[in-house]
Design a protein. Structure first.
Lengths: 237, 254, 79
């Protein structure tokens, strides 16, 4: 269970950020973060994954508090940033091995999961090339491999579908569903409302750093379609 | 401990692929051979110009001793232009990662801030010391070839204590990197602070006991026939630990 | 590192060559390393032509400037 309580984070000299966000996600939940650009999606995500600290609030995954035991917390999450930042001078394989060693994975365990991921994402030959030669989409696929291979309990994706080809998008959607059915918690930000409507059971709409909608997808869709709600919420500034 | 080793290895691999090892070693070798050659060369220049300018060399003028030449190499070349280039070579170690987002990648992994900082410190220290050692060993060989013999063991001891000084300089850069985002600014501040400590440490040995540049005083005493006060090691170690601790505290607030 | 050329004219070169050659070789080596690296990164480094001039004309300082700063100034400001 992921519980976020009263999370607040503001940047110095700017009114951007996120205020008083609370969120509770259980095993098997897929939650979409929706909001206009600058609504605070990335800020929230970066606070939850522990890239930057937040001013107030509490983030807990099962019994592990992010602020008390960040290493244990981080060993349970998998995160994909909005722009993949990688070591350009490495091959994809070296990169994967580096990350696997940080999670203290056994070699045979890694091999088995890697074989599956490389095959599904059609990455078997590219893995031996230098990261600097990859296209944006390939870098993103490498990030996906690196984030899925240690079977994280919490998967956090910042705009994961941007730059992915249709095959990789299909794979990711299916993978998200199957991981959730196996008990993972998935949280992702997106602008693609159609996909969110299909796969998510929780929805958060952010506007100017505040959660204006924070409910189950079922309840939200009772009122109107996602497109209409999104337009409503983001227009009344 | 394991993570420090893994991240340190990444640092070394980057330095190999960036050919930093190659050029930095060549650079220090140039610095290392210049001083002994100049000292020898001056002699020859003056001799060959002697007839024209009427300057006569005193044939009994004392030839510089090997240890004096080595000392001049380190205090004149390595500690000035060498230090500046060295600092420039690693000033971006944390800042570029912060600006490019690679640091975000590290901080979402089960790696503690301290492990990250320590891996940066020792990774860059190792790279720097390999390059400095290549340069100074060539310098040593040249000096004993051109001048007279000086015990290799003293030279090694010198290098050992000198590496402590370098470790301190890198730890300043690490500390500054946690709150300054421009790598140029980090570099300049590190160089200025190092120079100030060197000047202060040069005033007298009692003051040096309380300064990180005590490592330098101790190193240089290995090349002189003066006694070595090993208490000089304490201050640099304390300063390094303090900078690491401060860096660990500050980096949390990014 | 900087030598005044005019003074060197009247020197007994025979005596000096064995001393000067190692320095010359090292300088050339550094220059070559910088030029090879620049050639390999010519498509991504900003102002690559300017850097060629700097590397060749400024003895030692040029290659070092390129290797420390120039090779990091990339065209698309991505790491």
């Amino acid at each position: 269970m992921l519980s976020v309580k009263n999370l607040s984070k503001t940047y110095k000299g700017s009114n951007k950020g996120v205020q008083n966000l609370s969120l509770e996600l259980h095993e098997g939940d897929i939650c979409a973060f929706i909001g206009a650009n600058g609504a605070g999606k990335t800020t929230t995500i970066k606070s939850i994954v522990g890239i930057h600290t937040f001013d107030e609030g509490e983030v807990k995954l099962y019994d592990t508090n992010l602020k008390d035991d960040p290493e244990h917390y981080k060993s349970m999450i998998g995160y994909s940033p909005d722009t993949p930042a990688l070591y350009n001078n490495m091959t994809g394989k070296a990169y994967i091995e580096l990350i696997a060693s940080l999670y203290k994975m056994e070699a045979d365990e890694l091999d088995e999961r890697l074989r599956y991921l490389l095959k599904e994402l059609k990455f078997e030959s590219a893995v031996h090339d230098l990261v600097s030669s990859y296209s944006h989409g390939m870098k993103q696929r490498l990030v996906l491999i690196a984030l899925l291979m240690h079977n994280p309990k919490l998967i956090i994706l910042d705009e994961p579908f941007v730059g992915l080809d249709p095959n990789a998008t299909d794979f990711l959607v299916n993978e998200m569903k199957s991981r959730a059915s196996e008990g993972a918690i998935i949280l992702y930000s997106t602008h693609v409302l159609e996909v969110a409507e299909k796969i998510c059971n929780k929805l958060v709409i952010l506007n100017n750093g505040e959660a204006v909608v924070n409910d189950s997808m079922e309840n939200v869709l009772k009122k109107a379609s996602l497109n209409e709600i999104f337009r409503d919420v983001t227009s009344n500034e | 401990m394991r993570n420090i080793f893994i991240l340190g290895k990444v640092e070394l691999l980057e330095a190999i692929r960036n050919i930093k090892f190659v050029w930095l070693a060549i650079f220090f070798t140039i610095l290392g051979v210049t001083q002994p050659l100049i000292d020898k060369y001056m002699d020859v220049i003056i001799k060959s110009l002697g007839g024209i300018d009427g300057i006569m060399m005193d044939p009994n003028a004392p030839k510089p001793l090997a240890n004096e030449v080595l000392l001049a190499t380190f205090s004149g070349q390595f500690n000035q232009i060498g230090l500046i280039v060295l600092v420039i070579s690693f000033m971006g170690m944390i800042a570029t990662e912060k600006n490019s987002g690679v640091q975000g990648f590290i901080f979402t992994r089960p790696v503690s801030n301290l492990e990250y900082i320590v891996s940066k410190l020792f990774g860059n220290w190792f790279i720097s010391m390999v390059c400095i050692s290549v340069g100074s060993i060539v310098s040593y060989c040249y000096t004993i070839y051109l001048f007279d013999y000086y015990p290799f063991i003293n030279f090694l001891l010198f290098l050992l204590f000198y590496s402590l000084w370098i470790l301190f300089v890198i730890s300043i850069a690490v500390l500054l990197s946690t709150f300054i985002s421009s790598s140029i600014f980090i570099g300049i501040t590190t160089i200025i602070l190092a120079m100030i400590f060197m000047l202060l440490g040069g005033i007298n040995e009692t003051l040096a006991l309380f300064l990180p540049s005590g490592a330098l005083t101790l190193a240089e005493s290995q090349l002189q026939d003066t006694h070595s006060n090993y208490l000089l090691m304490i201050a640099p170690i304390i300063y390094i630990v303090i900078s690491l601790y401060a860096a660990k505290v500050i980096i949390k607030k990014i | 590192m900087n030598t005044d050329i005019s003074v060197l004219k009247d020197i007994d070169w025979g005596a000096i060559m064995p001393i000067v050659i190692p320095i010359m070789v090292l300088h050339l080596l550094l220059l070559t390393v910088a030029l090879i690296d620049l050639y390999r990164r010519r498509t991504i480094v900003n102002y690559s032509v300017v850097w060629v001039v700097v590397i060749v004309l400024l003895n030692t300082v040029g290659p070092i400037l390129y290797l420390t700063i120039g090779r990091r100034l990339l065209k698309n400001d991505r790491y």
